[in-house]
Design a protein around this ligand. Structure first.
Ligand SMILES: Nc1nc2c(ncn2[C@@H]2O[C@H](COP(=O)(O)OP(=O)(O)OP(=O)(O)O)[C@@H](O)[C@H]2O)c(=O)[nH]1
Length: 553
């Protein structure tokens, strides 16, 4: 295979078969080794190390193929072989333990799978071309294919790469949304992390990196951290946890500069602070008269306001109080700068709602750090307030506000806009049969699918309970229908884990095209009407609301 090639992804059934053959080979090799009286041969140490590595690979991958107990036993064998290698021969008691573990390993392999393994469903989800892919570097190709399959079922588009040079090349050609690297590539225990740490290509890009490893030790975690890893996940992989971790890593990717409003009657000082902050990459607006505050706040919507304490029109303390009164729940940061070291004015300004009080002159680095830190926190908190806690999607109020803005924009530009209301089918039965937590997970999966399946300009949100909304600007009805159909098929293929096995869930959807002069509520009501039609028509389908041309008069 050439360095830049992505790995072809074999069918899951073939993979399962291949994995079983790999286990059988390992059993045969272990038995041959035990029979060869290894304690007395000179080449024993080398062979033992090869076997140990082989078992280590199995320990990391077996659970993903449904051999949970085999994986656990392989782990125990690895530890026992390590011990054997350390002790001076003949370590008879340890050797007997190895023999008994090998016999148990063989029995477990013969018993077959004991947990959820690889199946065909979900293997061929359509990749969403508008979503930047996740690059996965895994030289155990079977495990790589499982990761590919599982992440695809969670709505990610995945590209599998066999080694780090292939990753570098792929990243240069087409940067991914995130990278998942097996830390133990090739022969080295930390090769993946070491390569990443020394790779100019990877270090020069700000792509989130996540490392996976069969080890959970300090050295491995530290090397992943030093390589720039933002996450570390252990094998056997919990794919839900992996998907959630990737969600967080990808969600952190926010390039929009922080916004700072400076209010200071001293024009020169205000300009100085503005220059320092602009050069640090922040967006800055300056007001020399605080009475203009209420006009500027809604449009500029800063994350931080930097206030002078003593101004002729109003004190910084009063301005801080007005900002807090105007929106008591808004986590906007307020920093007061003052030449006076007077304790009572400091206390007063903090009581009025400011977050920090710094004496002038403030050191530029200190100013940047203070503003950035508060801006980041304000942005994260604002995002959390605008989002639904379970799915991470926009909540009801936010999505309606965004729909309102997008409808106005599309109408101004004479572009079509479609809205889809999506409702999980028979969701009550899911809760009743598998429990609320499993139901929550189904909703979270649908949320992820919608988020990952959308184009940049689309807005998706959780409208309530098990109902979701997708707003598709610049999209006529037929195209919207196709988008929602694709999502419907993907969702139906997702496999969810319940206490008595796997199950799949479907949704119904109604799609409506916005009419001129229609309100947000009217548009949503028509999409809801179409959704009702889809439910009545048997569920697991997408219905269209009649558009203007053939709508009843
Ligand atoms: N687990 C979980 N369940 C929820 C959540 N929000 C709403 N539900 C449940 O979703 C179910 C919705 O049930 P129904 O409105 O009767 O509809 P349905 O069973 O989905 O049936 P159809 O929509 O007619 O296909 C109710 O049992 C709610 O309790 C949530 O956040 N988590």
């Amino acid at each position: 295979m050439s360095a830049s090639q992505a790995v072809d992804n074999p069918q899951p059934e073939a993979l399962a078969e291949r994995y079983r053959a790999r286990l059988d080979d390992a059993v045969a090799e272990l038995n041959a080794w035990v029979d060869s009286d290894p304690l007395s041969t000179a080449a024993a140490a080398g062979r033992l190390e090869t076997l140990r590595q082989r078992l280590h690979g199995i320990a990391g991958s077996a659970a993903s193929f449904g051999y949970l107990a085999v994986g656990e036993l392989a782990q125990a064998l690895v530890a026992q072989l390590r011990l054997l290698a350390l002790l001076p021969p003949p370590a008879l008691a340890e050797w007997q333990e190895v023999c008994s573990l090998v016999a148990r390993f063989e029995r477990l392999v013969q018993q077959g799978q004991d947990s959820e393994g690889l199946t065909a469903a979900g293997a061929s989800l359509p990749a969403n071309p508008s979503l930047a892919p996740i690059y996965v570097v895994e030289d155990d190709l079977e495990l790589g294919a499982v990761i590919h399959e599982r992440l695809a079922a969670h709505g990610f588009s995945v590209r599998l790469l066999a080694d780090m040079p292939a990753l570098e090349q792929a990243v240069e050609q087409d940067p991914p949304a995130a990278i998942l690297i097996d830390i133990e590539l090739g022969d080295g225990r930390l090769h993946g992390a070491e390569f990443a740490a020394n790779s100019l290509v990877l270090q020069s890009q700000r792509i989130p990196q996540l490392f996976m490893s069969a080890h959970d030790d300090w050295e491995a975690r530290l090397s992943a951290l030093r390589a720039g890893g933002s996450g570390y996940i252990t094998k056997p992989l919990d794919f839900h946890l992996l998907a959630e971790t990737l969600d967080v890593l990808i969600g952190q990717d926010d390039d929009e500069p922080y916004r700072v409003l400076i209010i200071d009657d001293d024009v020169d000082l205000a300009e100085l602070s503005a220059t320092i902050l602009s050069q640090a990459g922040l967006r800055v607006e300056v007001l020399n008269d605080p009475s203009e505050l209420l006009q500027v706040l809604p449009d500029f919507n800063p994350e931080v306001v930097l206030l002078d304490l003593l101004m002729p029109q109003a004190s910084g303390t009063e301005v801080a109080a007005v900002i807090r009164q105007r929106a008591p729940r808004d986590p906007i940061g307020i920093i007061i700068l003052s030449g006076t070291a007077n304790l009572s004015s400091r206390v007063e300004s903090l009581l009025a709602g400011s977050d920090a009080y710094f004496p002038k002159p403030i050191d530029p680095d200190m100013l940047i750090a203070a503003v950035r830190g508060r801006a980041r926190r304000a942005r994260v908190q604002r995002m959390a307030m605008a989002r639904d806690g379970l799915t991470g999607l926009n909540n009801h109020a936010t999505v309606k506000m965004q729909l309102d803005e997008l409808m106005a924009l599309c109408e101004r530009n004479q572009r079509p806009l479609s809205v889809a209301m999506i409702d999980v089918d028979h969701f009550k039965q899911v809760n009743d049969r598998y429990g609320h937590l499993v139901g929550d997970r189904v909703l979270a999966n649908l949320g992820r699918l919608l988020r990952n399946g959308r184009r940049r300009m689309d807005v998706v949100g959780r409208y309530g309970g098990e109902e979701f909304i997708a707003v598709l600007p610049d999209t006529p009805l037929a195209a919207a229908q196709q988008v929602v159909e694709r999502l419907r098929l993907s969702f139906q293929r997702q496999r969810n884990r319940g206490r008595d096995g796997e199950f799949s869930v479907t949704f119904s959807a109604g799609v409506a095209l916005a009419r001129a002069d229609e309100s947000v509520d009217q548009l949503i009501a028509r999409a809801d009407q179409a959704l009702y039609g889809a439910k009545r028509g048997g569920r697991n389908r997408v219905e269209l609301a009649p558009d203007a041309a053939d709508a009843p008069a």
